[in-house]
Design a protein around this ligand. Sequence first.
Ligand code: PAF
Length: 290
Amino acid sequence: MARTRSELADALATLRSASSRVALVPTMGAMHEGHRALVARAAELADAVVVSIFLNPLQFAPGEDLGKYPKTFASDLELCRAEGVAVVFAPTPDVVYPAGEPLVRVAAGPLGAVLEGASRPGHFDGVLTVVAKLFGLVGPDVAVFGEKDAQQFALVAQMVRDLDMPVAIEAVPIVRTAAGLALSSRNIYLDAPAAAAALALVGAVRAAVSAGSGGAAADQVLSAARAVLAAEAHIEVDYCVLVDRETFDDLPSGARTGLLLVAARVGTTRLIDNGVVELRASVEKSEAWS
Ligand code: PAF
């Protein structure tokens, strides 16, 4: 395990002498089966996997859960060991930010200001800044992220494109509990009634997917998802939208797929979920009718 920059550099030098391709899986710890899927995908894409475990203060707004964010370092290391991770980089904030809060940061731009970015101002600047630093410190050939954080993935991909970063980006599908709840480190905050209420998020995604495949138009798809959320009294919905998969803008008319994004609070725990909605049937129907 590497704690410092020089330990990381030494570990990477050894790795690079034996491995032609290195994959990075950035995490904030509190690893679960979703992270295991990221590591497993990274291992398919490279000869060696580096996992970073760093609870990045820069991406938490004042009043968010930085102080109580779950920490499961021993089991994180065990998961990494079981998955054959070559290097775990687990720095403290002073290693990542030796001069304190960075004065120069990556600005996430317009996509960083909507949806999650509107609810969590500054969040995506903090995410992109630390991801850019991890890319700089590790120099991976490929980096792997989860699709649950769809907006984060889109922004990382945009940063890599816009700033010509020499790294490939790979997304891994959401891993869910048997009941369907998207795995998240924050699920640890949920007691049984809250976990039951949280199923409304996946219920909304599934209602949207099923309405879309049944031929419903985009507005009906959205209504189907929102109806599921409205029926659950124990959640507070932040947003439920159907957007363009690439831009996260409103769906253009005639779109054949969209991304249903939902965010809600269950008690004090904020959760997100999403799913791709095929709209082909409705488009074909309306074309046939025109
Ligand atoms: O998705 C996360 O866990 C974090 O946002 C990331 C990408 C590790 C950056 O801190």
